[in-house]
Design a protein around this ligand. Structure first.
Ligand SMILES: C[S@@+](CC[C@H](N)C(=O)[O-])C[C@H]1O[C@@H](n2cnc3c(N)ncnc32)[C@H](O)[C@@H]1O
Length: 236
């Protein structure tokens, strides 16, 4: 894949590639539609299009990111529909076969999200889950029956909560990819604060990055009337 990253746009890192690998392993239905929320350079939207999605949509709050996503789609000869706005706002009422997201998840000093600048790509409130939890709670309403949600983040901000939220939204949740390694530069720089908040154990300087998958149930099968009811023996 050919990829350019404009100044001020998040350059895909190992997390993005881990998620792209997991995306490539999913079985998409013919004519699948895909949504990349928090698209940045458009990397994952382009991956989805190259993996066979008939229509890929990229959403970001950053104008510059969407310009970059358009550029990368053109460089790779695929069509990506770009929409500016927060999370699912620009695709209200739409459902997709695949939703992928590498959202901001680095714990920050305050619960106020940055309004501009590259920090929007990583600062995510004091517990690092401010954007992620909103995304997890809203995603099920944007999945088609049998649709798949793939989200990547570090276990420094807690993996069980992600699985719990997926399940609470009616999705079948599991982990489909993982990578162990030293803390990335941002988490490293904030390690003393994260230790003080109990997000890192004392001296811990490694993390696990996981790709979580949530699968929507296939279309509900209509309950068949039972034999007793058919025979007129059911309770009225
Ligand atoms: C960690 S970067 C990921 C970029 C890309 N998906 C990748 O993996 O390389 C997160 C992106 O989310 C965008 N973002 C932050 N908050 C957002 C929100 N509420 N809605 C949509 N995009 C958001 C940022 O502008 C940034 O481009």
């Amino acid at each position: 894949m050919r990829l350019v990253t404009l100044p001020g746009v998040f350059r895909p890192i190992s997390d993005s590639r881990l998620l792209a690998g997991a995306l490539g392993e999913q079985t998409l239905p013919a004519g699948a539609t895909a949504l990349d929320v928090c698209t940045g350079s458009g990397f994952l939207a382009v991956c989805a299009a190259l993996a066979g999605a008939r229509e890929a949509t990229a959403v970001d709050v950053s104008r510059r990111a969407l310009l970059c996503a358009r550029l990368n789609a053109a460089l790779n000869g695929v069509r990506v529909r770009v929409r500016r706005g927060s999370l699912f706002e620009p695709v209200a009422g739409e459902r997709f076969d695949l939703v992928v997201a590498n959202p901001p998840y680095v714990p920050a000093d305050s619960d106020e999200l940055p309004r501009r600048g590259l920090a929007r790509a990583w600062d995510a409130g004091r517990d690092g889950r401010l954007v992620l939890d909103r995304l997890l709670d809203a995603a099920p309403a944007h999945l088609r029956p049998g649709g798949i949600l793939l989200v990547v983040h570090s276990t420094v901000i807690g993996g069980d909560e992600t699985l719990r939220r997926m399940a609470a939204g009616g999705l079948h949740a599991d982990v489909v990819a993982r990578a162990d390694g030293p803390l990335g530069p941002l988490l490293s720089a904030r390690a003393p604060v994260l230790e003080a908040r109990g997000l890192l154990a004392p001296g811990q300087r490694h993390e696990q990055v996981l790709v979580f998958r949530g699968r929507a149930p296939h279309a509900a099968v209509r309950a068949r009337p039972n034999a007793a009811a058919l025979a007129g023996g059911g309770r009225s």
